[in-house]
Design a protein around this ligand. Structure first.
Ligand SMILES: [Zn+2]
Ligand SMILES: [Zn+2]
Length: 363
């Protein structure tokens, strides 16, 4: 692809913008973002619509300044390089973790860039990728080269939901043949977790209020799919009891991929003794600090983990499994839309999902 000239600081682009939290997002002409000295400007090839974008729009994320462009799950082509970038060239096809790490803090130096102390996040702490161009910081630390032949639409899902699920499953849940993994919430990250856990040999029980989401989980190999409303009285205790009954004592590992108090609690309560709960769904706003059954955690020696994205350095192992066909993130894409349709798609995330799979914008 021939990069577009970017030297004109008055260059404009189309982007989805909101002026106030919860106010109507609209598509408009704005300035192309400036290139950071050690970063890049990427021509967005595709960008995912994620529930985190909805939380940001609603004002649940304290790092956003207005007006704001959402969007953090992107793939595209490097269009401009800062003078401090050494490992990348204009025209490289890349994706990026939603956490852009600094590369220099103690967490980064320990190889744990996903919890960087000075992280920036496109679509949160800076303008995002619901746009024709997006600026990314610290390119040499954060960019990931896409394998030849991977479409930007597939790659757009990797930086947040699929990569997040990959780390949550492979590092924290650690599935193995015949062991049970429960997945609460079967949106993009949850369905990704189902696929990755099944590929790891686990028996998967998926939980979601949405029938299409449950059907998608089963299609991806989940052995059981539970409607929480049909588990006794539908309380987290009831959901946990149903999972323990269905799995012969409880899941060995359980992932809350949604991130509300009820699913976090149900996830912990569905574990067997010495099981592992993995919190992936971001608990935000009023849901940020839910009560958890620490009596059960102590009595059954449960383990609780948080999982926050995945560092760029961990991508090659995941990309190799995608290239081999072992993992198929392309199957998780439900709908591809244009930038014109993006404001409506952002608003729609506030309601229950009527279809399964990720929505991806091609600007
Ligand atoms: Zn996301
Ligand atoms: Zn750092």
């Amino acid at each position: 692809m021939i990069p577009e000239p970017m030297r004109d600081s008055t260059a404009t682009m189309r982007a989805v913008v909101f002026e106030k939290f919860g106010g109507p997002p609209s598509l408009r002409e704005v300035g192309v973002p400036a290139c950071p000295a050690d970063g890049v400007v990427v021509r967005v090839g595709a960008t995912g619509v994620c529930r985190s974008d909805w939380h940001g729009w609603q004002g649940h994320d304290d790092g956003i300044t207005l007006p704001h462009v959402p969007g953090h799950e992107l793939a595209g082509t490097v269009a401009q390089l800062g003078p401090g970038v050494s490992g990348w060239r204009v025209g490289d096809v890349v994706t990026v973790p939603f956490v852009c790490a600094c590369g220099a803090c103690p967490a980064c130096l320990a190889g744990e860039q996903q919890v960087c102390e000075h992280q920036t996040q496109p679509g949160f702490s800076r303008a995002g990728s619901f746009a024709e161009y997006v600026a990314l910081d610290h390119a040499d630390v954060n960019l990931v080269r896409l394998p030849a032949g991977m479409s930007p639409v597939t790659a757009a899902a990797l930086g947040c939901r699929f990569a997040t699920a990959y780390r949550a499953v492979t590092v924290h849940a650690r599935p193995s043949a015949g062991r049970w993994v429960a997945v609460h919430g079967c949106g993009g990250v949850g369905l990704s977790a189902v696929m990755i856990a099944v590929a790891g040999g686990a028996r998967v029980v998926a939980v979601d209020v949405s029938a299409p989401a449950r059907e998608a989980a089963v299609a991806l190999g989940a052995e059981l799919a539970l409607d929480p409303g049909a588990c006794g009285g539908g309380s987290p205790d009831d959901v946990g009891a149903s999972i323990r009954a269905a799995t012969g004592g409880g899941a060995h590992a359980s992932i809350d991929a949604l991130g509300i108090g009820a699913t976090a609690l149900a996830s912990v309560l569905g574990l067997r003794r010495r099981g592992r709960h993995v919190q992936v769904g971001l608990l935000l706003g009023a849901q940020a600090r839910p009560p958890l059954p620490m009596d059960r955690v102590v009595g059954w020696e449960l383990e609780l983990y948080g999982s926050h994205g995945m560092a760029a350095r961990a991508y090659p192992a995941m990309l190799a499994r995608i290239a081999s066909g072992d993992l198929r993130p392309d199957l998780l894409v439900g709908t591809v839309i244009t930038l014109d349709e993006a404001p409506g798609a952002l608003i729609a995330l506030g309601g229950p999902s009527s279809s399964a799979g990720m929505t991806i914008i091609v600007p």
